[in-house]
Design a binder for this molecule. Structure first.
Ligand SMILES: C[S@@+](CC[C@H](N)C(=O)[O-])C[C@H]1O[C@@H](n2cnc3c(N)ncnc32)[C@H](O)[C@@H]1O
Length: 268
């Protein structure tokens, strides 16, 4: 199924989804190696002259994308549209981190950061090139003069596989069923949906039973991302592709890479 029209902003969809998903998010993503991934990203950022230790993590969720930065001496601000996800981040990080509820479409200026990042598909919850440009402009406004921006986006291959397939994750005595509804040959720039359901042998409380979490994401082709970066006052420094092994490769090839990584800085 390909979704053509979208009622509501990406932020509104994401908030509904992640308020329901927060209790199972860490279980569903337990196989993601953030320690290794972030170490690779930092190497690439250092190659681009990363200076300082102030991080703004946009769409930080339960904190998986910033926790490995704390022992490295980073001062972290995290923001997310879902208070429930941030509640779990707070449990992990204690008071060591500033956490704020914020929609990246209306990102406040939290301060000046050496690094602003949005990791693990947070950007794909934006539903149009206009939303993408608006979010990137908010990130740009939070950059220190020498600051760097890094984000990943899912590539077409991710929508033609993971978003088109069923996956079952059994953890902590429950079964998480991911039902990808995208077509196997979904077109570039499409909005795709997947429904995540917690299946339990126990009867679920409440009138509707267990919630179904709808993940509504848009694919952003490279040309659209580059145009949005430019429109947001950013200069793209580098683009990488990554496959599920997490290794960064160039050039980006959307037939073999499930994600792209973009690195940018404020345009002169
Ligand atoms: C797949 S999770 C990634 C979370 C975290 N970065 C990680 O790597 O584990 C995507 C996150 O983006 C957040 N998000 C999506 N759209 C957002 C928006 N418009 N504003 C702020 N947060 C958003 C969601 O609430 C969710 O926590």
């Amino acid at each position: 199924m390909e979704v053509t029209a979208s009622a509501g902003t990406g932020g509104e969809w994401a908030e509904r989804t992640y308020e329901a998903m927060a209790p199972v998010y860490d279980d569903f993503t337990a196989h993601h190696d953030y320690e290794g991934w972030l170490a690779d990203l930092l190497k690439v950022l250092e190659h681009h002259g990363l200076q300082g230790r102030r991080l703004l993590d946009v769409g930080c969720g339960t904190g998986k994308s910033f926790m490995p930065m704390l022992p490295r001496g980073w001062e972290v601000t995290g923001c997310d549209i879902s208070p429930a996800m941030l509640g779990l981040a707070r449990e992990k990080a204690g008071e060591a981190v500033r956490l704020e509820v914020a929609d990246m479409l209306e990102l406040p200026r939290f301060g000046e950061f050496d690094l602003v990042w949005a990791l693990d598909d947070a950007i794909n919850y934006l539903l149009s090139p206009e939303e993408l440009e608006r979010a990137l402009a908010g990130m740009q406004a939070n950059l220190a003069p020498t600051g760097l921006l890094l984000f990943d986006v899912n590539e077409l291959l991710a929508y033609r596989t993971f978003f088109a397939e069923t996956e079952v994750v059994e953890r902590g005595g429950q079964r998480l069923v991911w039902n990808g509804l995208a077509a196997k040959h979904v077109a570039p720039g499409s909005i795709c949906e997947s429904r995540l359901e917690v299946v339990s042998d126990e009867p679920q409380a409440g009138p509707g039973g267990a919630p179904v979490m709808i993940h509504r994401q848009r694919h952003f082709p490279e040309a659209e991302v580059l145009a949005a970066l430019e429109g947001a006052g950013l200069e793209c420094l580098d683009v990488y592709g990554i496959y599920i092994d997490g290794i960064l490769k160039q050039p980006l090839d959307d037939t073999i890479h499930t994600k792209a990584i973009y690195i940018a800085r404020s345009a002169a």
